[in-house]
Design a protein around this ligand. Structure first.
Ligand SMILES: [Fe+2]
Ligand SMILES: [Fe+2]
Length: 473
């Protein structure tokens, strides 16, 4: 293993790591354990290949990243906080207008630790979920994008571990170890949140995951980026810079699948494109149904005392809090939530504080819809009459008001028997999984692509499409 004597060089940072010897020592002793995790549970094979990766090197908008070929275990996982904004004032809750906290207030140690650990746990989880995908990458640029996302999710783990170690003493150091210990999908020590224990078995799932589930990450990070606990807020603000690329990979990945499908539908004059080794739009719709519904659960229950407390205490705000036009305290505001009563949907106004989760989920749904609209435009422009729809909010939910209900994607409340009969029409079934799996073969020649997906429009960092994004040995 490569060893780096100088950890301040090893960990690019803007936290003046050199002057904090205790923190530096804690990170130094965690680093070999992290590398061990990365080698065993990070990308399978390709650890010795050179990959064209971007590395965060500062928080300067115009030059925050540098690009170059690196072997993944030698990637520089850095620690960065965005510059202070809002003149260092808390933007919401009962402490609104007071100075932000540089240290954790004793009374909020427990909940802040829980928020950081829950966020931190998702980061290595997704790397574990995606560890086998390189073997079936549809092109080298796609393989590179996968690895880029993997190293950045690992950097997000570093970001949360930094917060734990710098601000939560021994408890924090223990949590940092446990973050390397839980395992996605392991029944004995699963990752904390459901969607992060699902498999990502194929590239269609991967693109869906980065579109839908990384977008949940965007909204969670967006609300933590408002926190009164300043190091958490600024850490999350910087993570959002990287997160944008993850969703771009998902959105453009699905766009390219749609392009290829529509082209084939037109040239062969049929919807039944499976016989040509192409992904049919109705299978794509089923994957949307699955990934959207699983991701909706990540926002938690519609009404939540925890979420209300987090907001009032200033720990976690709303997405882009400053852009919302209200008093940012919500003591007497209302918010509409939906439930099912005697088989009918019923909407009621509840305290906006209790409905913080639901509001974030609604913001998320609107954002997903904008992406789906762009996909539909591609289909329409190809002259094909088909529309991808987000399923109803109540479809296939495991958490919250609808967890005991059976609702169709179009929003009809059904008996469990009827729902079960229709399940295979709505969610990917074994045959669908097998079909998608059958398409997954690696294409490792620069500038070449698997048959089921169109080439991307642009290369990475203005490089050509046939650039060697991963150097195969
Ligand atoms: Fe992340
Ligand atoms: Fe991400």
């Amino acid at each position: 293993m490569t060893t780096f004597a100088d950890y301040s060089e090893m960990i690019p940072n803007n936290i003046d790591l050199n002057s904090d010897r205790r923190l530096k020592r804690a990170l130094e002793s965690w680093h070999p354990k992290f590398i061990n995790w990365w080698k065993n549970w990070g990308p399978e094979r390709y650890q010795e290949n050179e990959v064209y990766l971007r590395t965060a090197v500062s928080v300067d908008r115009d030059g925050w990243a540098k690009f170059g070929h690196v072997k993944m275990p030698e990637y520089r996982w850095g620690i960065f906080l965005n510059e202070q904004k809002n003149e260092g004032k808390i933007g919401f809750g009962e402490h609104k207008g007071q100075p932000v906290w540089k240290e954790v207030p004793g009374e909020f140690r427990g909940p802040l630790r829980r928020l950081i650990v829950t966020q931190g746990d998702t980061e290595p989880a997704s790397v574990e979920q995606q560890r086998r995908l390189a073997a079936t990458a549809p092109s080298l640029i796609d393989m590179r994008n996968l690895f880029q996302i993997n190293v950045e999710e690992a950097r997000h783990l570093w970001a949360m571990v930094y917060l734990l170690m710098a601000h939560f003493g021994r408890d924090g150091r223990e949590e940092a170890e446990i973050l390397l210990d839980r395992r996605s999908g392991d029944p004995d020590k699963p990752r904390i949140l459901g969607a992060f224990n699902e498999q990502t078995p194929d590239w269609l799932s991967f693109f869906m995951f980065t579109f839908f589930t990384d977008r949940d990450g965007k909204y969670q990070l967006g609300s933590l980026a408002e926190s009164a606990f300043d190091p958490l807020a600024r850490t999350c603000q910087f993570m959002l810079t990287e997160e944008a690329h993850h969703m771009y990979v998902g959105e453009t990945g699905i766009t390219r699948v749609i392009q290829k499908t529509c082209e084939t539908m037109r040239s062969k004059k049929t919807d039944d494109v499976r016989k040509y080794g192409i992904i049919d739009l109705s299978t794509l719709q089923k994957y949307v149904n699955f990934h959207f519904s699983v991701s909706l659960d990540l926002f938690g229950s519609e009404q939540s005392t925890n979420a209300a407390n987090y907001f009032t205490q200033g720990l976690k705000g709303r997405y882009q809090e400053a852009r919302i036009k209200d008093d940012h305290k919500l003591e007497s505001d209302c918010y509409a939530i939906t439930e099912i009563e005697n088989g009918n949907f019923k909407t009621s106004e509840v305290s906006a504080l209790s409905a913080i989760n639901e509001r974030l989920r609604d913001d998320y749904i609107a954002d997903c819809q904008r992406g789906v609209d762009r996909w539909n435009k591609v289909i329409k422009d190809a002259g094909i009459s088909f529309q991808i729809n987000l399923p109803h909010k109540a479809f296939n939910r495991q958490i919250g008001n609808f967890s005991e209900e059976k609702v169709s994607p179009s929003g009809s409340v059904l008996s469990p028997e009827l729902w079960d009969q229709k399940r295979d029409d709505w969610l990917p079934n074994d045959e669908d999984h097998e079909y998608i799996q059958s398409l997954m073969t690696q294409v490792d020649e620069p500038g070449k692509y698997a048959d089921w997906i169109a080439p991307p429009r642009l290369g990475i960092n203005k490089q050509d499409l046939d650039y060697p994004y991963v150097r195969m040995q």
